[in-house]
Ligand binder design. Structure first.
Ligand SMILES: [Fe+2]
Length: 454
């Protein structure tokens, strides 16, 4: 297909069909504790479809089933939503929350697999990636759900929000460990600012409103744009059912953060928040890449640098700085440390805005300040590196990083398993066809799935 859309070419060239394959070839030794599924979602329009925005492409979930040292199967399935068949999001009755790409993330909560896109309801999948249908938490979710919910590692609760360009702009939800929504509330003071991710610490919930906000004049199909007039802010509220009434909003420097790396309370009770962030020019270059417009950056996340905000709620102040000069995205961590101070942070590095630097898997040591980059080879691009703890792990980085690598030279893809400690290669699983570059995914151990685990 001839196209000038960057999100339909190279590493992003969509996969044309759904396949299933068994007994995949493994190089190296797969640790037996890697018994479960790596699921990875991404925008993958059907053949012949050219979406107006990368994020408008229909979601396809790729699954790799590992069990006790073997790679049992690979399969890929579109999330079969009404949008895959062409149903419009906007109708005469308002948005159709089931007309979803469902192409941003795929998670497990309470034994249920959910494909997510932030403008819509979740879509439930079977363990073999067939689509069950839209999931609204037994009618308790009446609006959209973020693609970046946070599962509390202590309580097992799923915290999430729903954002809308129209009132109520921001809803906050908590589902218990059994998957029942037990709390929902509107967040006072929120605006139509784009909110892709948020943070949950031990004691607080943190929302970020950047300079990207609802723009009804945008014609890309995703009606948002940068506004210098729209103030960038961080909203902080205590966790708990009464927290929303105590939310406080703090001004921050202009920018737009797509993803939270982590957030936590430090020893002085201040809230530390970190995540890759773009400035106005970075957003312009990225947006033009996402819509295939002239003047785009070389990458979808051009000029994306990690910032740290330290919010002192007692003093009412925010200290903010860029803490790294490497363009990165897809921050991940050992999720046992979600909400508490993490020593180690992982990410994917991208070429800089001139196209130099290549791709790599990055590991940060926040204690020493050390940064290590694992290159994956020429014409290869790693996806989000998902951390999986080792059996009986005793250290934070005692585990593995799982990343699906696209290889343009071979027109193929493989699952790369790295030792998270030294970023050494542990095993490679060869996949039966190339997997298009995508967004987010999860490792779902069999222990998270009750009953039949085939
Ligand atoms: Fe995301």
């Amino acid at each position: 297909m001839t196209t000038d859309k960057p999100y339909l070419t190279g590493h992003y060239t969509p996969v044309a069909d759904e396949i299933s394959a068994t007994e995949l070839t493994v190089e190296g030794t797969l640790p037996p504790e890697l018994t479960g599924r790596l699921l990875r979602n991404g925008h993958n329009p059907k053949p012949g479809v050219t979406p107006t925005h990368w994020f408008k492409g229909s979601g396809m979930v790729h699954g790799i089933r590992l069990r006790e040292g073997r790679a049992e199967w690979y399969r890929n399935r579109w999330v079969h939503t009404p949008a895959l068949g062409g149903a419009p999001y906007m109708t005469e009755h308002g948005p159709d929350l089931t007309a979803s790409t469902a192409g941003t993330h795929v998670i497990e909560h309470a034994g249920r697999l959910l494909a997510l896109c932030e403008a819509n309801l979740p879509f439930e999948l079977t363990r073999e990636l067939e689509t069950v249908g839209a999931f609204d938490f037994d009618g308790k979710l009446r609006g959209a759900m973020t693609a970046h919910p946070k599962e509390d590692p202590v309580t097992g609760e799923l915290h999430f929000f729903g954002s809308s360009p129209f009132p109520p702009f921001l809803m906050y939800y908590v589902a218990d460990a059994k998957g029942e929504i037990v709390h929902s509330a509107e967040i006072p003071g929120a605006t139509a600012s784009l909110k892709h991710d948020f943070a949950v610490t031990r004691h607080h919930v943190v929302f970020v409103e950047g300079n990207v906000t609802f723009d009804p004049d945008d014609r890309s199909g995703i009606p948002y744009g940068w506004s210098d007039q729209h103030p960038a802010r961080i909203g902080v509220m205590p966790r708990g059912t009464d927290g929303t009434q105590a939310v406080r909003w703090f001004s921050i420097e202009p920018g737009n953060m797509l993803h939270v790396a982590n957030a936590f309370e430090d020893g002085q009770g201040r809230i530390v928040l970190e995540g890759p962030t773009v400035d106005r020019e970075g957003f312009r270059l990225s947006w033009n890449w996402w819509i295939g417009a002239p003047g785009r950056g070389t990458e979808p996340v051009t000029r994306s640098y990690t910032r740290r905000w330290v919010i002192d709620t007692a003093a009412g102040s925010v200290d903010e700085q860029i803490i790294d000069d490497l363009a990165v995205e897809f921050p991940t961590l050992n999720e046992e440390y979600l909400g508490t101070e993490n020593r180690y942070q992982y990410a994917v590095s991208f070429p800089d805005e001139r196209g130099y630097g290549g791709y790599g898997v990055v590991k940060y040591d926040r204690t020493t300040g050390a940064r290590r980059i694992r290159q994956v080879g020429d014409a290869r691009m790693p996806g989000e590196a998902v951390f999986v703890p080792a059996a009986g792990a005793t250290r934070e980085d005692d585990g593995y990083l799982l990343t699906v690598v696209s290889d343009l030279k071979q027109d193929a893809s493989h699952l790369l398993v790295l030792d998270a400690s030294g970023l050494d290669q542990v095993a490679t699983v060869h996949l039966p066809h190339r997997v298009s570059a995508g967004l987010h995914g999860s490792w779902i151990p069999d222990t998270a799935l009750d009953g039949n685990q085939d």
